[in-house]
Ligand binder design. Sequence first.
Ligand code: F6P
Length: 547
Amino acid sequence: MALPSINPTTTKAWKALQNHFDDVKQVNIKELFSSDKQRADNFKIDWEDFYVDFSKNRITKETFKLLLELADQVKLKEAITAYYSGDIINKTENRAVLHTALRGKESDVVLVDEKNVMPEIFAVKAKMKDFTNEVVSGNKKGYTNKPFTDVVNIGIGGSDLGPAMVVESLQFYKNHLTTHFVSNVDGDHVNEVIKKLNPETTLFVIVSKTFTTQETLSNANTLREWFLKHGKQEDIAKHFVAVSTNTEKVKAFGIEEANIFPMWNWVGGRFSLWSAVGLTVSLAVGFENFNKLLKGANEMDIHFKTEEFENNIPVVLALISVWYNNFFGAESEAVIAYSQYLNQFATYLQQGIMESNGKSIDRNGNRVNYETGTLIWGEPGTNSQHAFFQLIHQGTKLIPADFIGFAESLHGNKDHQDKLISNYIAQTEALLNGKTEAQVLEELKGQKISDQEIKDLLPFKVFEGNKPTNSIFIEKLTPESLGKLIAMYEHKIFVQGIIWNIYSYDQFGVELGKQLASTILEDIKFNTSENHDASTLNLLEYFKKFR
Ligand code: F6P
C-alpha cells in the first residue's frame, strides 16, 4: 500500500483548527488549570514506566479533539499499517522502512519482496552476540595476543550519532572497553583519537551503510595506515571489522567477509542503531544490554501500533508539535533531559528529526504551502538553565519544550537527585505560571529599595509564563527505557511526516553540498578554479595560500 497523500490543510479538521486557533490563541494555560480541576489527569498518559504529562500546553479539550480528528483525516491509521508491513513507504528511494523489524520478535513475520526478513535479522544478531562475547571476554585477541581494551567506531551521521548517543547514555552499564568515535573528516579529530590508542589492543569498527562516504573512508584509511605502521597487513583481519550493505566495497578496502556485519537498504541511516550499526553499543555494554534496548523499542513499537490515538504517546506528542508549528508559528522545539547521561540526545535527535522532516515537497510532488519540520535543539538540565533558559522564559519566541526526567538516579545519591528533580519540575512550573507584576511588586517591596527603583525594575522582573512543556517522566534510565524513548521520537517523526504529507525517509538535501565539495576538492588539488561565483573564488584563493 502506498502512503495516503492528503494535503492536511484541505481537511475539515485543519480548517476547524484554524477557526479554533483564533479563539484560543490568547488562552492562558494557568486559566485552563483553574477552570478544569481534572486537566492534569485528562492530559496525561501513564504507560509502563513512562508518565507523560502534556497538560502544560496551550490546548483545550476541543483542540485535542480536533487534532485527533486531523490524525484520522490524514489516514494515520492506514499509514501506520503500511509502515509496519514493509510497504515501500520510502517511495523516492523505492524502499521499505523497517527499523521496527530490527527490534521485532523472532516469531514475527515481516515481508520484503515476499521474503520474511526476520531470520536474516536474527542471524546478524547472533553474529553480533558471538563477536561481542569474544571481545568482551578477552578470548578474541589482537595481533600481539593481547585482549582488546579500546574500540573505535568510524562512521558519520546515522552511523555515528546513534551509537555515540547510546553508548554515552548507557555509560553506567558499560564494561571495561573504552570506546571512541571518529566521524569528522577534520583530520584533527582522528589524530586526537589516535593519541589515545595502542594498536595492539584496539578494535576498529567501520560503519557505513553505503561504504562510499568520504568522511568515513578517509578516517578508515588514516587509521589503517596508522595501524600498519605497527601491525602487518595480515593483522588487519584481527583488528578491523565493518558494518555495511556494500560487501564488495568493504572487501575492496581489505576486510574479510567474515568480519562484515551486514545491514539492509530498508534501514535508514538515522534509524540504524538497532541493526549491526549498534555493534559498538553491544561491545560497550554487552549484547544483553543491547538486546534490552531493542526490547524497549519493540514495546514502544507495539504501543504506537495498537494504542488508541488519544493515549498514544508518539501520536499525542506529534499532534501537539504540529499545533505549535503550524498554527502558532513556533519554529523550534527544545529537548531538555534532566540526566547528564543524555547529553548527546538532542544532537542525535537533530539528525532524526531534521533530516527526516526538513522537506518542502509533498507526496504529490508539489511545494507545500504550510510549514514542515521543526528545528530541534537542547542540552541537559540543569546546565541549560544556566545557559539559554533566559530566552525561553523571557525572550520573544515561543519554544515548546520536552522535559525528560528519570525518577531514580543510577548512582543513588539522594541529595543530588532531589535537587535535580526539583529543578526539573520547577522549570515546567515556572514556564507555565510565570510571575505577574503583582507578584514581582510584592517581592520588591520586601527589599530595601525606593519606590522609584521598584518602578524602574518591575517590568524586567516579570515572567509572562504560558510557555508550553511536555514532561516525560521515566522511572529509571535503563537500556529498555532508553530504547522506548528513542523509538517514541522515531514514531513522532513518522506521524509528523504523515500529517505534513512529505517523504520522511529520503535525504536528498545532503547531496548538493557533497557534490560541490568534490568539485572544489579537485580545484584545490589541481589548482583550477572555474565556474564559481566571486565569493567562492576568493575563499578558494585564500585557502590556497596556506597549502
Ligand atoms: O548525511 C547523509 C547520510 O546519508 C545519512 O543519512 C547517513 O546516516 C550518513 O550520511 C552516513 O552514511 P553511510 O552510513 O552510508 O556512511
